[in-house]
Design a protein around this ligand. Structure first.
Ligand code: GDP
Length: 529
């Protein structure tokens, strides 16, 4: 197969949702269609159960599973589909944000009864800002839920999307009869007993066809005709260009658990979803069709086995072909490296590959050379943008609890930060270290992992910080910036890259400081143009 056809057959995407909406179930059903797994239950949920904060077994279990589910690839109708896992738990939201830098599109799963939930809002906002094409899947139609039109309104209002239904449910919950597939003009009837069998759709090009009554009864047929009429009046026509530009989001309905509406989603997805997209680097835009290899690290995973310290760096291939045992430039380190056993992912397994193409993810064994955001090329000096750090929500001083193990502690902290578990800030004034995390859970994860993987001990001490603000002065030489630095000296720190950060103790301080020094921009994200 030619290089171009390899690129064109790839679809790399993420499924995002609030926990429990059905992401794992949907993923598993998609894999069943690809024949990549044989039975239900093969995809492990990587959820952290509520109240797991102190449950280290749970954390370990989660870490093990999340390696397995980080990338799930399968073939379907000659398309190579790569699903990138995005943890729904809010303490791991940063992981999800970073993974979103490696997808070309997303599917948003929404629970028909719960509607738009908090995590969905946050994640969709990131996708919307980045103009990532999105398809919405409304799940659990076998249960009583919100009215389909009301729910689409809610999606438009709360998520700021513009939707167009490409399928529509007939009834819901107890009365759920099936789905009319607007995209393919087909009716699919739901039969509760044959749960794992997908019924063959009946084609209805013309909805006035009296066979519709025979299929679903007169009352439902009338309602369906009315609703489809309304859809035609109210919603725009589906337009692929608009979808690809992130301006229009198709909606599908179904029940992942019952495998209903999933194939419709998948069949439409492979037709409309984007092939591997170009990506912006600091020097230029890199197109996936370029022949020379480029890629970037979006995730790092530590080995579960403390006797094997190596980690797996997940690299998204942006352009060219990645080859085993070939020298590539680690741009940040200015160092050539080659990889003898790059892993590719297939269903829930990983295996060594010779070649991978744009859109694919390779897992590279690493002993500490990589951190998130690093770029690999064939020699060109360029760095991909868009793997930002967000301001943490929780902050604590970290202290060394065993003076004999200072080296281990710093090495451990350094590597955990590279993995993106948390962020480390060093105060300008006295060199003290502050750890910032998205969720409280990470502090315990860090303590536990330092002890078990690095043989080091740490303690924490509280510090009153509301947000980390990356400092972006309009003019680094003006007197306003000088004054800002002098007055705020006690609150200034460096992040891991050495960038200047202002640790603000309250929203009020952020506001006051911004008002007083308008030319010194305070940002909650580490990367800005
Ligand atoms: P995730 O947290 O988004 O990955 O959600 P899961 O896939 O683990 O699903 C959460 C719960 O909802 C599980 O108990 C599933 O069995 C259930 N579930 C998923 N899809 C459906 C569906 O279509 N109908 C019903 N009734 N339950 C579902």
């Amino acid at each position: 197969m030619s290089f171009l056809s390899e690129i064109n057959r790839r679809r790399t995407f993420g499924i995002i949702s609030h926990p429990d909406a059905g992401k794992t179930t949907l993923t598993e059903k998609l894999l069943l269609f690809g024949g990549a797994i044989q039975e239900a239950g093969a995809v492990k949920s990587n959820k952290i159960k509520k109240g797991a904060t102190s449950d280290f077994m749970e954390i370990e279990r989660q870490r093990g599973i999340s390696v397995a589910t980080s990338v799930l690839a399968f073939n379907y109708k000659n398309k190579k589909i790569n699903i990138l896992d995005t943890p729904g738990h809010k303490d791991f939201a940063e992981d999800t944000f970073r993974t979103l830098t490696a997808v070309d599109s997303v599917i948003v799963v929404i629970d028909v009864a719960k509607g738009v939930e908090e995590q969905t809002e946050k994640l969709v906002e990131v996708c919307r800002m980045r103009k990532i094409p999105m398809i919405v899947f409304i799940n659990k139609l076998d249960r009583e839920g919100k009215d389909a039109f009301d729910l689409m309104d809610e999606v438009e209002q709360k998520l700021g999307l513009k939707v167009v239904p490409l399928s529509f449910p007939i009834g819901m919950g107890y009365d759920f009869k099936g789905i009319y597939n607007i995209w393919e003009k087909k009716l699919n009837l739901f039969s509760g007993e044959a749960k794992l069998k997908v019924s063959k759709g009946i084609v209805f090009d013309d909805l006035d066809n009296p066979d519709l009554e025979k299929a679903i009864g007169k009352k439902s047929a009338d309602v369906l005709r009315e609703e489809l009429e309304l859809i035609r009046e109210v919603y725009p026509e589906f337009d692929r260009t608009e979808y690809l530009a992130g301006n229009l989001q198709p909606v599908f309905f179904g029940s992942a658990l019952n495998n209903f509406g999933v194939q419709e989603l998948l069949d439409c997805f492979i037709e409309i979803a984007p092939t591997p997209q170009p990506k912006m680097a600091d020097t230029r835009l890199v197109d996936s069709k370029e022949k020379t290899f480029t890629g970037f690290v979006f995730k790092i995973h530590a080995n579960m086995d403390p006797n094997h310290r190596d980690r797996l760096a997940f690299v998204k291939i942006v352009s060219g072909i990645f080859k085993r045992n070939t020298n590539y430039l680690h741009v940040k380190l200015g160092k050539k490296m080659k990889f003898s056993s790059p892993n590719a992912f297939f269903a829930e397994k990983k295996e060594i590959v010779e070649e991978s193409y744009p859109g694919d993810i390779v897992g590279l064994h690493d002993t500490g050379s990589f951190s998130i955001g690093d770029t690999l090329t064939e020699g060109e000096i360029l760095e991909f943008k868009g793997v930002p750090n967000f301001s943490p929500e929780h902050f604590r001083y970290v202290n060394n609890a065993d003076p004999m193990k200072a080296k281990q502690l710093f090495k451990g902290l350094d590597q955990l930060m590279d993995e993106g578990v948390a962020q480390l800030f060093t105060l300008d004034l006295n060199g003290r270290k502050v750890i910032g995390t998205v969720g409280a859970l990470q502090f315990e994860v860090i303590q536990y992992r330092l002890e078990h993987e690095y043989n080091a001990k740490c303690t924490y001490e509280s510090i009153n910080i509301h947000k980390a603000c990356w400092v972006d002065p309009d003019d680094p030489k003006n007197s306003e910036f000088e004054e800002f630095k002098r007055v705020k000296q006690r609150y200034l720190a460096r992040d891991k890259k050495g960038q200047l950060v202002f640790l603000a103790d309250s929203p009020f301080t952020v506001q006051m400081t911004q008002d007083k020094y308008p030319s010194v921009k305070l940002r909650f994200v580490s990367e800005f143009d």
